[in-house]
Design a binder for this molecule. Sequence first.
Ligand code: NAD
Length: 321
Amino acid sequence: MTGAAGFIGHATAHRLLARGEQVIGLDNFNDYYDPALKRARAATFQSCPGFRMIEADIADPGAVAAIMREHGIVRVVHLAAQAGVRYSLDHPFSYERSNLAGHLAVLEACRHAPDFAHLVYASSSSVYGSRTFSGAGFREDDAVDKPASLYAATKRACELMSESYASLYGFPQTGLRFFTVYGPWGRPDMAYFSFTRRILAGEPIEVYGEGAMARDFTYVDDIVDGLVGALDHPPPANENRILNIGDNKPVGLMDMIEILETVLGRRAEKLMRPMQPGDVPATWADISKLRDLTGYQPKVMLAEGLHRFAAWYRDFYMVVG
Ligand code: NAD
């Protein structure tokens, strides 16, 4: 698993270990956000005999291939990437390295691995571009030719690279379009996380898009349900199957803030700001393809998920963060 010290990787690895799988984790522990949080996530694997963490960079094709060979890996969950939309405005080459060169290195290693069975990799709802709601969620076969940020463009490029490798070399792949994932052990750069920190510190929060944005917030355990379900249902060889994983219930940013205020028991001082370049107004996942394939059904409502996040934040992150 690449990105195993990351937010979604950490949760997914624990789920796989709990059902008795062996997991080799790969991560470069970069400083996009506090590496201490990544180290803390990695430390949770210390009591897991089925887990091994290797510090390496996915943009190093030799290192990725050697790890695959040495451990006889036949299934890969590839989550390592340079995430974040706004960061891509000032750090474009970080996306080229981790998302383009990195994805290619993973594809090459999978292509050469004997008896390779399934590559599951992270894409993103951002590939749908700048859309508003039209009464229905975004479907996998909707047009995705207008990425609004470099981040989105690299994620779409990953899907296209995978498409070419699936047809050329015939190994099964699944690309997962994640919709705004949140929960305990989450990413400090994401709005719900930074809002929590600021509200508890008595600092104002900056509300972009004048609060008019909406997101299909998806609880991390539901994401893991969908990911593991997809992992267990590989498509035929030659197929690069694309699947949304979302909650299918978009929530306005102001509504999310109101729920967070209730959960934290404090009012937020809000500084309204215009939409940032690269941001999209709305996301909404149609999840019928994944549901039909695996029985996927998101279970955790936003209020409950934010409550669980806040409990983790207060008990753990405020202490070590
Ligand atoms: P994350 O940043 O917490 O996890 C990514 C991990 O990959 C980090 O631990 C990082 O150190 C590692 N990494 C980055 N570049 C690397 C490299 N070159 N070599 C080795 N390791 C590297 O992010 P996350 O939220 O867990 O996201 C996981 C995946 O899901 C990413 O591909 C991201 O683009 C995608 N995604 C996430 C969301 C979300 O809401 N969290 C939404 C859409 C897509």
